[in-house]
Design a protein around this ligand. Structure first.
Ligand code: PMP
Length: 397
C-alpha cells in the first residue's frame, strides 16, 4: 500500500493520456513492444510493420561493421564500465570518440556523455548561473529547458525560428543574455533551424551560440555535421551538442567546442560526474557509425533522395508535410482524437509511426510524425503513401 500523501498526489496529478491502465488499450499509442532490430520492417506487439517511427535515419544500427566492431568491443571491455567517468569509467574508446568528434566538427575538444539528454543538461546546468539569461527557440527540446532550470537562470524564449522575434527578445532583456540555444533540425516539425541568421544576431550582440544538432548530424550538410554545415556557418557556432541515438545508431551524446568550455564542464557538470560512463559497445557503435558517415557522405544523399521521392509522392496525393528539410515528415492533424484515430488506422494497416500530442505541441495542433530511413525501399515508401491516402480519405472527424 502506498502512503496516503503519495497516493493522493499521484491520483491528483495522473496524466491519463499516458496511463496504459486507464485507457482503451486498442487506442493506447505508447510503449509498444518492438521485438526486432530497428529496420525498415519491425515486429511491433507481435506483428510485422513498416517502420516509420524510428530516428535511425541512416539505418546504421544493423550495419555489419557496426555490429562486428561493437561485438568485439563488448568482448574486449565487457558489458559495462560500472562507474563514473571521473573515477573509473573512462575508456580509451571514450578518448578516441572524443577526438573523432572534435576533428569531425573542426573544434578544439569534445566531451562524451551517457545520453543526449544529459549532454544538454550537463552543459547548461554547469555553465550558467542564476545571474544569466538564456535565450531559446520556443520549440527547444526538454533537455535544454531542464539544464537551464537546473542552472536557475532566466529563460526567455523567442517564436520558433523567427529572427525578428529573437532580436526583439534580446533587446527586451535588462542585461545581455549569456547564451542562445537552438536546434539544427526540430524534432516535431522537422524543419531546419535558421542557423545562419541566428549566428548573425548572436555575433551582433556577442552572445554565445549553442546549436543542438541531435537530429541533423548525419542528415544535413555535405559531411553530415548538421544545419550549421549546410548553411556554411560552422565556425560561427560556439558549441555544438549532438546525440548518438539517431543517425549515429547508438546511445550517448557529446558537446563539441572550445577546450576551455569542455574542461570546465568536465569537472563541474553533475549529470556527467554523478553517473556511470557509457557502455563500451555503445561507444564503439557510435564511433563506427561516425567513421562510416565520414567515409560515406553518399549516405546523406541517399537519405535525401528517399525523402524527396516520398515528398513528391505525397504531393501527388495532396498531402503536404510541415517541412521538407529532412527525414522527419510531420503531418498536421488537429486534436488528440484525430491524431490517435489516424495513428490506430495506420497501425491497422501495419504502418508504425509516432503520434505527437500536447504538451509536445500546442493543444489542438497534434501531428502524425513519420521518419524515413536511408534503408527504406521505394516500394515501402509507396506502400506508406497508399496507406496514408486511404486513412486520410476515411477520416471523417
Ligand atoms: N536534443 C534533441 C533536440 C532531441 O530531440 C533529443 C531526443 N529526442 C535529445 C536532445 C536527447 O537525446 P537522447 O535521446 O539521445 O538522450
Amino acid at each position: 500500500m502506498l502512503k496516503e500523501d503519495i497516493q493522493n498526489r499521484i491520483d491528483k496529478n495522473y496524466n491519463f493520456k499516458f496511463n496504459q491502465n486507464a485507457q482503451n488499450l486498442e487506442l493506447y499509442p505508447y510503449f509498444n513492444e518492438v521485438s526486432t532490430a530497428s529496420s525498415p520492417v519491425i515486429k511491433v506487439n507481435g506483428a510485422n510493420m513498416l517502420n516509420f517511427g524510428s530516428n535511425n535515419y541512416l539505418g546504421l544500427t544493423t550495419h555489419e561493421k557496426v555490429l562486428s566492431e561493437s561485438i568485439a568491443s563488448l568482448k574486449k571491455y565487457g558489458s559495462g564500465v560500472t562507474g563514473s567517468r571521473l573515477l573509473n569509467g573512462t575508456l580509451d574508446v571514450h578518448k578516441k570518440l572524443e577526438n573523432k568528434i572534435a576533428n569531425f566538427y573542426n573544434k578544439e575538444a569534445s566531451l562524451v556523455f551517457p545520453t543526449g539528454y544529459t549532454t544538454n543538461l550537463g552543459l547548461l546546468s554547469s555553465l550558467l548561473t542564476s545571474e544569466d539569461i538564456a535565450i531559446i527557440d520556443a520549440q527547444i527540446h526538454a533537455s535544454v529547458y531542464d539544464g537551464l532550470r537546473q542552472a536557475r537562470c532566466t529563460i526567455r524564449s523567442f517564436k520558433h525560428n523567427n529572427i525578428e522575434d529573437l532580436e526583439k527578445t534580446i533587446m527586451s532583456c535588462k542585461i545581455k543574455p549569456t547564451v542562445c540555444v537552438v536546434e539544427g533540425l526540430y524534432s516535431m516539425f522537422g524543419d531546419a533551424g535558421n542557423i545562419k541568421a541566428i549566428c548573425g544576431i548572436c555575433e551582433k550582440y556577442s552572445i554565445t551560440l549553442i546549436v543542438d544538432e541531435a537530429h541533423s548530424v548525419g542528415v544535413l550538410g555535405n559531411k553530415g555535421r548538421g544545419a550549421a554545415e549546410l548553411q556554411q556557418v560552422m565556425d560561427k557556432v560556439d558549441v555544438f551538442t549532438i546525440t548518438f541515438s539517431k543517425s549515429l545508431g547508438s546511445c550517448g551524446g557529446a558537446i563539441v567546442g572550445p577546450k576551455k568550455i569542455i574542461e570546465f564542464v568536465k569537472v563541474n557538470a553533475k549529470p556527467f560526474l554523478f553517473t556511470a560512463g557509457n557502455t563500451p559497445a555503445s561507444l564503439t557503435s557510435a564511433l563506427t557509425c561516425l567513421n562510416l558517415l565520414d567515409a560515406n557522405p553518399s549516405f546523406i544523399k541517399e537519405l535525401h533522395q528517399k525523402k524527396d521521392f516520398l515528398i513528391a509522392l505525397l504531393k501527388e496525393k495532396g498531402i503536404t508535410p510541415l517541412s521538407k528539410d529532412g527525414p522527419i515528415i510531420s503531418l498536421a492533424l488537429g486534436n488528440d482524437d484525430q491524431v490517435i484515430t489516424t495513428w490506430k488506422k495506420l497501425m491497422d494497416k501495419r504502418v508504425f509511426c509516432n503520434p505527437v500530442l500536447f504538451p509536445a505541441v500546442k493543444k489542438g495542433k497534434g501531428l502524425i510524425r513519420l521518419s524515413i530511413m536511408r534503408t527504406h525501399t521505394i516500394e515501402q515508401l509507396k506502400l506508406l503513401v497508399s496507406s496514408l491516402e486511404s486513412v486520410i480519405q476515411s477520416n471523417t472527424i
